[in-house]
Design a protein around this ligand. Structure first.
Ligand code: MN3
Length: 249
């Protein structure tokens, strides 16, 4: 997850405060040191960044068009990041994205919506890539055949969750460690199954954005057509890594 980035950035900044403390004690006049430390403390607040897409905007053509990808990443996802930064600043929230997601119930709705938007999209981009799709093999195939029978039935179940989600939201395949089960579920808006407030809980292994902004330019109201195209883009190596992380986590 890209949630490592913000925590790493924060760690570096906090380390530089410690480094400054050492320098300050030895070399700098107290007033200069205090000013520098105050400045560094201000920078140590939690700041999230839009991750680069791991491919070009037109790389997923013809299944997802360039304009949709560009608006989705540079406007929608960027907007969640910008609004999340404003929301955590306003409420004085620190922590990694994963930490915020897991305890989101104690924060204002703006944090829930924008932290979810940032987490979900960062996860979603990595599930796809050009020249991918086809049928999964190996460990992931074993996982789904054990639970859903075979790959076509797994596709049918995930498509059903995605098409029957009313309004905006996401459909997911998750791993619930407590019950040691794989499940197909959906969540409304920008919620996900890691959130403390979610009715359904588990670690996402794969998921699909069914907000209209994900498909409307090319597919208009035909969500099912978008889903059929989306299966041609799936990066099974990444999804298998997610499966391993979920079972370890
Ligand atoms: Mn979206």
């Amino acid at each position: 997850m890209d949630s490592n980035n913000p925590s790493r950035r924060k760690f570096i900044k906090q380390s530089s405060v410690l480094a400054l403390a050492g320098i300050g004690a030895q070399l700098l006049p107290n007033s200069t040191f205090a000013a520098l430390q105050q400045n560094e403390n201000a920078l140590a607040e939690t700041v999230f960044e839009l991750p680069a897409l791991p491919y070009a905007y037109d790389a997923l053509e013809p299944h997802i068009d360039k304009q949709t990808m560009e608006i989705h990443h540079s406007k929608h996802h960027a907007g969640y990041v910008k609004n999340l930064n404003a929301a955590v600043k306003e409420s004085n929230i620190t922590g990694t994205l994963d930490e915020i997601i897991k305890t989101v119930g104690k924060y204002p709705a703006s944090v829930r919506n924008n932290a979810g938007g940032h987490w979900n999209h960062s996860f979603f981009w990595k599930l796809m890539g050009p020249g991918m799709g086809g049928e999964p093999t190996g460990q992931f195939l074993e996982a789904i055949t054990g639970t859903f029978g075979d790959f076509p039935n797994f596709q049918k179940e995930l498509n059903k969750a995605a098409t029957s989600r009313f309004g905006s939201g996401w459909a997911w395949m998750i791993y619930n460690k407590g019950s040691n089960r794989f499940e197909i579920v959906s969540t409304p808006n920008q919620d996900n199954t890691l959130m403390d407030i979610s009715d359904v809980k588990g670690a996402p292994i794969m998921g699909v954005d069914v907000w209209e902004h994900a498909y409307y330019l090319k597919y208009q109201n035909k969500r099912a057509d978008y889903l059929n195209a989306w299966w041609n883009l799936l990066n099974w190596d990444q999804i298998t890594r997610n499966l391993n992380d979920a079972q370890k986590g």
